[in-house]
Design a protein around this ligand. Structure first.
Ligand code: SAM
Length: 279
């Protein structure tokens, strides 16, 4: 039976609040899973199981799938669509309310994330799994195309932002596929894209991740202000100190945060640490 029929049969009502736009095309779903590179030795976490179509495609390839779903109205639907799969476990919880260490304990080892993310929590979910966990090997997510472009953008471009620098510090993001809005049920107002992030926490030698995050946040505090002004504001430092820091990293007092690349942010972080500035 097709997903649409199962949803109808179970009287399921889509909840816009939860970003419920489901993928139903089996070939497309298999192609996403193929490109994610997961194998039969991988444990995969799926965030937002929905009707279970992506879950099934993952379960065909992976060793084990642990899926999270906030909407308990999907229980009868998933009981049908995932019937017969013995390597799938669904946890009906709001993943954002779960502590990352509790999720890790539940999984009990290294894992990858494959998900068609609810748009309203895309950034917090990415940050949760990329920054808070050391157990994640890779993340393959379907997101709004605008977010995908942001994740894969270069320093200085209009799409470049704090999320780009945060992800690039600990991995490599690559847009691997576009998905037309018509492929979703119901169809949203925008197109999507699949982004694959290969996580590598040792990509840079970042001494203090909290400080790194603080400098990235500061650089994008106000796009119209210079980096010197943003640093003064966020770290409560005087102009002379902020100018010294900026000169040592970029050699240009009028530089704006949005042109700094990841290595510049790493060096900025070192300058803050060196001076014992509070962050
Ligand atoms: N994976 C399915 C697919 O590809 O068709 C569904 C994707 S749909 C874009 C996002 C799903 O995430 C919805 O089923 C929604 O109910 C669920 N969701 C939204 N917020 C959530 C949260 N905080 N925790 C867990 N699941 C959530």
């Amino acid at each position: 039976m097709q997903l649409k029929e199962v949803l109808l049969k179970n009287g399921f009502h889509f909840n816009k609040r939860y970003g419920q736009n489901f993928l139903t095309d089996v070939n497309l779903l298999r192609s996403i899973v193929d490109k994610s590179g997961i194998t039969d030795s991988d444990v995969v976490v799926e965030i937002g199981v929905g009707g279970g179509t992506l879950t099934r495609a993952i379960a065909e390839k992976a060793k084990r799938v642990i899926g999270f779903e906030i909407d308990t109205n999907l229980k009868p639907v998933l009981n049908e669509t995932l019937a017969g799969l013995d390597n799938v476990e669904i946890i009906y919880k709001d993943v954002m309310k779960m502590k990352t260490e509790d999720i890790e304990r539940l999984i009990g080892g290294r894992f990858s994330v494959v998900a068609n993310l609810p748009y309203y929590i895309t950034t917090p979910i990415l940050m949760k799994f990329i920054e808070e966990s050391d157990m994640v090997d890779g993340i393959t997510v379907t997101v709004q195309e605008e977010v995908a472009d942001r994740l894969c953008s270069k320093a200085g471009s209009s799409e470049y932002g704090a999320i780009t620098a945060s992800v690039d510090a600990v991995g490599n993001a690559q847009k691997i596929m576009r998905i037309d809005r018509k492929m979703f049920y119901p169809a949203p107002n925008v197109d999507s894209a699949v982004v694959k992030i290969d996580v590598n926490k040792k990509k840079y030698d970042i001494k203090d991740m909290l400080c790194y995050r603080a400098v990235v946040r500061s650089a994008f505090l106000s796009r119209r202000k210079t980096l010197v002004n943003n640093l003064m504001m966020s770290f409560k430092i005087d102009r002379k100190t902020a100018e010294e820091i900026v000169l040592s990293v970029k050699g240009d007092l009028l530089v704006r945060g949005e042109v700094l690349n990841t290595l510049d942010f790493v060096r900025l972080q070192e300058e803050i640490l060196k001076r014992n500035i509070k962050f």
